[in-house]
Design a protein around this ligand. Structure first.
Ligand code: URA
Length: 210
């Protein structure tokens, strides 16, 4: 396993993911589980955020207490499925700034092209957490991270629910500096670009579209 890859094998994550994979799981349950799982993955993806200390007063005495250092982190959602991770992450990191990257495939070049890009300022001074539940080919995540780097981001990590080996390899090739936190590494991509066994189209399953 590449050392930039963390698979969160916590029993609660694995249990919730199994329910999400099931075809019979209704939209509302899927969305709720995605919210819950995002918090468990967020615990791992934020593990190495820098701490400093500040002087506080408890009811008993003064102390130097740990607190997050630097500017507030930035959460970047890759549209549209990334939005499924946002609510849970914001419950946990309510002071985070939020950005959105929308990409669609150019039908001639087949490359991901940006149609929407709105991100917090001073990305170079923030921990940047990119969220994209399904890492399939990895092309859109890698392209989104290219755009974030062009906008100054340096300290970037990517959080996904399910990844295909092809996506992990592509991310490692294009962005070896970006740690990847996932809940499961699945078997392969099928000819339509779906992760197998996967859970289907994450956007459709969370928003009830088809
Ligand atoms: N995107 C999804 O939502 N599901 C897949 O299986 C692959 C890409």
């Amino acid at each position: 396993m590449p050392d930039h890859l963390t698979i969160v094998d916590h029993p609660l994550v694995q249990h919730k993911l199994t329910v999400m994979r099931e075809v019979a799981t209704p939209t509302a349950t899927f969305r709720q589980l995605l919210r819950e799982i995002s918090q468990l993955l967020a615990f791992e993806v934020t593990r190495d955020l820098d701490l400093t200390t500040r002087q506080i007063e408890t009811p008993l005495c003064e102390m130097q207490a740990p607190t997050l250092a630097g500017r507030d982190p930035a959460l970047i959602s890759i549209l549209r499925a990334g939005n499924g991770f946002l609510d849970g992450m914001l419950d946990l990191i309510p002071f985070a700034r939020v950005g959105f990257v929308g990409l669609q495939r150019d039908e001639e070049t087949l490359e991901p092209m940006q149609y929407y890009f709105k991100v917090p300022d001073r990305l170079d001074e923030r921990a940047v957490i990119v969220v994209d539940p399904m890492l399939a080919t990895g092309h859109s995540s890698a392209a989104a991270i290219d755009l974030l780097k062009q906008n100054g981001a340096k300290n970037i990590r990517l959080m996904c629910l399910v990844a295909a080996p092809e996506g992990v390899a592509h991310m490692h090739e294009k962005h070896p500096d970006v740690p990847l936190v996932i809940a499961a590494l699945d078997d392969h991509l099928n000819e339509k670009g779906y992760i197998v066994p996967g859970l289907g189209d994450a956007g459709d399953r969370m928003f009830g579209t088809k």
